[in-house]
Design a protein around this ligand. Structure first.
Ligand code: PGA
Length: 244
């Protein structure tokens, strides 16, 4: 049985004070989440410690938004697995399209990040996805397959999450049609060859489309950006109900 993972990526939003304020609204909702799912929040690094205290007695997990492959060293602006583990961080997002685009992260670096996360006991959330130009040129499957194969090299596919995030659907309000997202997630599962692989969809997920997305057979969860910044929206997403 595959695990369901609902993750909110706050990106570069939320001070510690706003994270505290958020949790006054979110934690009462979190008490009602069914126990069949992991609910995860990826705050900016500065709010991890604050969240770690607030979430101690709850079932909500913390993810980092990145992780480096060394334990320590001269790597300005990076963060090591040990630094995250000290705050009971459970997941680590790697290969998000924003660092891929703005900081030219390569599949090789992303793989090193994911391997270091996994070998230190963090669960990597490895993001993959094509640009609109690649999709229009008919290259989506080839691009995603390369990202998956290189990104997952030497990783245990039973202990990670893949997030399929078509870049053109991120922050644009333009969700990938759920059947198409499901088809790509099915292909990823086939390429990796692990039936228990957990695969999320990400890109303009919101309260109005979550139930449909989660009703798809190959989608095991979602990675949510914009809609996770509002505790009520993210609470509704985490509380999805496919019986509706
Ligand atoms: P979005 O972002 O939900 O705002 O489209 C998704 C993501 O970047 O993971």
């Amino acid at each position: 049985m595959r695990k369901t993972v609902i993750a909110g990526n706050w990106k570069m939003h939320m001070t510690c004070a706003s994270a505290v304020e958020y949790m006054t609204k979110f934690l009462p909702l979190a008490k009602e989440f069914p126990s069949d799912r992991d609910v995860v929040i990826a705050p900016p690094f500065t709010a991890i410690s604050t969240l770690s205290s607030l979430l101690k007695e709850t079932d909500v997990f913390i993810s980092s938004q990145n992780v480096h492959w060394e334990d320590q060293g001269a790597f300005t602006a990076e963060i090591s697995p040990q630094m995250l583990l000290e705050h009971e961080v459970r997941y680590a997002i790697v290969g998000h399209s924003e660092p891929r685009k703005y900081f030219s992260e390569s599949d090789e670096q992303i793989n090193l990040r994911a391997r270091s996360a996994q070998s230190n006991g963090l669960i990597p959330i490895v993001c993959v996805g094509e640009s609109i130009e690649q999709r229009e040129r008919g290259e989506a499957e080839r691009v995603i397959r390369r990202q998956v194969e290189q990104g997952l090299e030497q990783l245990d596919a039973n202990n990670l999450v893949i997030a399929y995030e078509p870049i053109w659907a991120i922050g644009t309000g333009r969700t990938c049609e759920s059947k198409e997202a499901n088809r790509i997630c099915g292909l990823i599962r086939e390429w990796v060859g692990t039936s228990d692989l957990v695969i999320q969809y990400g890109g303009s997920v919101k309260p109005s489309n979550i139930d449909e997305i989660m009703s798809m057979s190959d989608i095991d969860g979602v990675l949510v950006g914009g809609a996770s910044l509002d505790p009520i929206s993210f609470g509704r997403i985490a509380n999805f109900n496919i019986e509706n």
